[in-house]
Design a protein around this ligand. Structure first.
Ligand SMILES: Cc1cc2nc3c(=O)[nH]c(=O)nc-3n(C[C@H](O)[C@H](O)[C@H](O)COP(=O)(O)O)c2cc1C
Length: 292
């Protein structure tokens, strides 16, 4: 059996890599002695990610996930120019396929407590969660009142367990920790979106997330240039935190909304690439959907 075939046997694990809106935008072309990694444009997010920041980070996170899974399987694999290739020795990483399987985003309440950046990847800046609470409300309101962003989010929401894509991709009501009632309200508001926007219901929807940062907790901001390498750092950071029992919840709307992005950049003194809450979740988060 070639290394490509052996690696492919672990596909269900490396597909656990995170991606914005859980679009899983990567494509894999299995060849005799290499695997070409590409992007499916139908799974990009031109409305909310016009610059491709999250796409690039997600691709980096996927590559890092592949290298960890390959190393754990004893396969010597490296990454170069959009390809996974045979290497002289396995990728050196402290992480395992079990870490990849256990990783998940947690969007519910966290236990109060501040997290240290010691031992984490370079380029991470700590911000007390309360300091960003007002800006999160601004960013949420912006997100729901900006049609290109709200309508794209609608496309990737899976709020009805009867949706044929419920177990394949996107964001389910359970992943978003919504009650059945909340999911129904959100679904009908987004279905009638232009009307709900005019009526100002967008702001009401946005208010639901307002208290998410009003506790004594931590937000970490990954800074640097948008690159595949930054996505690899992001994934390693999430796995390191996960090993300490800490979950993450990205809040990319803080970067997508121009006003809050500018304030965050000024605050951290660098270009913010990813911003996420970190802490011990009060409830066990659900396992997100994946395409086979
Ligand atoms: C670059 C990037 C940006 C993300 N932004 C957000 C976000 O703004 N809000 C959110 O709830 N999740 C965000 N996520 C998390 C994804 O929605 C999540 O990875 C996906 O739904 C799969 O779930 P899992 O990570 O629990 O397996 C982001 C993930 C990545 C890689």
């Amino acid at each position: 059996m070639s290394w490509v075939e052996e690696f492919r046997a672990h596909e269900a694990i490396y597909r656990r890599a995170p991606s914005a809106h859980n679009t899983q935008p990567w494509t894999l072309e299995y060849r005799a002695d290499e695997i070409v990694i590409g992007i499916d444009p139908a799974r990009a997010l031109p409305g909310s990610d016009p610059g491709g920041r999250d796409l690039r980070l997600g691709l980096g996170a996927f590559v890092e996930t592949c290298l960890i899974v390959a190393a754990d399987a004893g396969l010597s694999v490296t990454y170069d120019s959009r390809r996974l290739l045979a290497a002289p020795s396995p990728y050196v990483t402290p992480f395992t396929a079990a870490d990849v399987s256990a990783r998940r985003v947690a969007r519910g309440a966290y236990r109060p407590g501040v997290v240290s950046t010691a031992g984490l990847e370079p380029g991470l800046v700590h911000v007390p969660s309360r300091d960003l609470a007002d800006d999160l409300a601004v960013a949420d309101r912006w997100m729901f009142s900006t049609p290109r962003v709200a309508l794209e989010l609608r496309d990737w929401l899976r709020l009805d367990p009867g949706d044929p894509r419920y177990r394949l991709d996107g964001l389910t009501d359970r992943a978003l920790e919504l009650s059945r009632g909340e999911a129904r309200v959100l679904a009908s508001a987004l279905r009638a979106y232009p009307v709900t926007r005019r009526l100002g219901l967008a702001a009401l929807l946005a208010a639901s997330g307002r208290n998410l940062l009003r506790y004594d907790g931590s937000v970490l901001v990954l800074t640097g240039d948008v690159s595949l390498d930054a996505g690899r750092r992001l994934l390693r950071t999430w796995l390191t935190l996960g090993r300490s029992g800490l979950a993450v919840h990205p809040l990319s709307q803080l970067l997508d909304c121009p006003a809050t992005a500018a304030r965050l950049a000024a605050r951290v003194g660098a270009t913010p690439l990813a911003v996420f809450r970190v802490g011990v979740p009060l409830h066990e988060p659900v396992r997100s959907a994946r395409r086979p």
